[in-house]
Design a protein around this ligand. Structure first.
Ligand SMILES: Cc1cc2nc3c(=O)[nH]c(=O)nc-3n(C[C@H](O)[C@H](O)[C@H](O)COP(=O)(O)OP(=O)(O)OC[C@H]3O[C@@H](n4cnc5c(N)ncnc54)[C@H](O)[C@@H]3O)c2cc1C
Length: 454
């Protein structure tokens, strides 16, 4: 893969270089938007604080990523490095069978598969693609602060050798992910009062996967403190993580690796799949308190894409898709602001509606995912009034297109409410437990990502 890193100019400490758009963060959101804007002939600068390839969690993608890969022109590259994912396996401690859902059963039968990717490899494809489209990519360069004025902004950055650098940009995109640079600087970041989650995860070799074509499916195992993901990757390793209540992670009184292995033992089916498997490099990661939203996703000369705006929960593997979809939608706002200012306000309103739709659609399910009534529906999905197809479309990320899943999803929700009501004692107990579990327990180690290992 070509290294297309642009050189720093000779006088980095004083020169405020000019660009049309400065993108902060070279993850899926930032690299996608940088590529799309550079393709239009705009001068785009992309700052990435790390150097690719760099580790990132979030390896399971959705069928809805496919059309975005096509438009970007990266599908063949992604196909080459990914494990094909045809569906989802749900395993519940309350049921003695597994539920296997296939994307081919979704409403739109044209997107039957998705991808499992190592994010170091996938994200590198995207950032190199942005450079190939003409964006000037600066890795090892962290944006620190943005000063806005009427014509644009000055972005202050520090390279990883300590040198400082400024850019003058007509427009700034915050794609800094969970670092949420602008949301923090502008005081817009809000903890999500309705959800709270933490995760502990690692990679294994030698995990026992599903047979045949099902090998690349993601498996979700519920357990008493949350749920596990099991994501088979093309290099033979398998990503395994426990998404759990923050207080459970905070209760840890032993080394992270031991804590993780003990947690895995709480799901006998998962433990059995990992019998004899080896933890890669003995590395275990933890991350906490990752549910938040910013109170605005754009301003006169800036917008946020992806996790820089909001993140709720990884259970539906929607993060990378939502980040890339927001980048596609953001193009219109940048174009309007720079070329047709009279259209900017309307473009920003449409963008805000788009940014709220994704988290809203998934949130209803996320907030109820650990409820026994919801578990039962996922374990035995029925296609009455096409409810199963509609839910599968949601799981495939088909939420922004023209697929008319709305009425069937509403029917699914009605069925949920009725079954929750029928078993109201269990529902109430689960609701009370959830309210207790999502309480704010303060900062956790690894507010971003911590690692223990060799
Ligand atoms: C435990 C867990 C599991 C997950 N599992 C999944 C999954 O299976 N599937 C899925 O789709 N999503 C998953 N996600 C979510 C997914 O990781 C994110 O939604 C996705 O990476 C968002 O992309 P992004 O481009 O917005 O941000 P990121 O991918 O986080 O990229 C942001 C980039 O900005 C850089 N950066 C940050 N600050 C600065 C700065 N100041 N200056 C310069 N660069 C900066 C970072 O180094 C990073 O490269 C998971 C998340 C968590 C927490």
């Amino acid at each position: 893969m070509p290294m297309t890193q642009a050189p720093f100019p000779a006088s980095p400490d004083t020169a405020a270089d000019r660009c049309d758009v400065l993108v902060i963060g070279g993850g899926p959101g930032g690299s996608t938007l940088a590529a799309l804007l550079a393709r239009q002939g705009r001068r785009v600068v992309l700052l990435e604080k790390a150097r690719h390839p760099r580790f990132h969690i979030g390896e399971s993608l959705l069928p809805a990523n496919g059309p975005l890969f096509d438009e970007l022109g990266v599908r063949a590259q992604v196909d080459a490095i990914a494990m094909p994912k045809w569906g989802i396996e749900f395993v519940s401690f309350q049921h003695d069978f597994h539920s296997l859902l296939e994307f081919s059963e979704a409403w739109d039968k044209n997107q039957p598969m998705a991808w499992q990717v190592r994010r170091d490899v996938f994200d590198e494809i995207l950032i190199r693609h942005a450079a190939a489209e003409g964006a000037e990519v600066f890795e090892g360069c962290q944006a620190r602060k943005v000063d806005f004025d009427a014509d644009g902004a000055t972005v202050h950055a520090t390279r990883d050798d300590g040198a400082r650098r400024q850019w003058r940009a007509r427009y700034v995109v915050d794609a800094s992910g969970r670092d949420t640079l602008l949301a923090q600087q502008l005081g817009l970041k809000q903890r999500n009062p309705r959800h709270n989650s933490a995760a502990v995860f690692g990679h294994f070799t030698g995990a026992r996967r599903l047979p045949g074509k099902l090998e690349g499916n993601i498996s979700v195992f519920w357990f008493q403190h949350g749920w596990f993901w099991f994501i088979p990757l093309a290099d033979g390793s398998t990503s395994v993580g426990a998404t759990c209540w923050p207080h459970y992670l905070k209760s840890r009184s032993k080394p992270l690796k031991e804590f993780f292995l003990d947690t895995i033992a709480m799901s006998p089916v998962l433990a059995e799949r990992l019998a004899g498997a080896q933890l890669v490099d003995d590395k275990v990661w933890a991350t906490g308190n990752y549910c938040y939203t910013a109170s605005a996703c754009s301003g006169p000369r800036w917008l946020m894409v992806g996790d820089a705006y909001a993140f709720i929960d990884p259970v539906f593997s929607s993060g990378v898709y939502l980040a890339m979809a927001s980048a596609f939608k953001a193009v219109e706002v940048v174009e309007a602001t720079l070329d047709r200012p009279a259209a900017a306000a309307a473009a920003r309103r449409r963008y805000a509606a788009h940014m709220d739709k994704g988290p809203r659609e998934f949130s209803w399910f996320i907030f109820r995912m650990t409820n026994p009534a919801m578990r039962a529906l996922f374990m035995r999905p029925r296609n009455v009034l096409r409810a199963k197809e509609a839910v599968l479309s949601l799981l495939a990320g088909d939420i922004f297109g023209r697929t008319p899943i709305g009425p069937s999803l509403r029917f699914f929700k009605l069925v949920y409410y009725l079954s929750a009501l029928r078993d109201w004692r269990t529902t109430l107990a689960a609701w009370r437990l959830r309210r207790f579990n999502i309480r704010d327990v303060g900062a956790l180690e690894g507010e971003n990502i911590a690692v223990e290992g060799r």
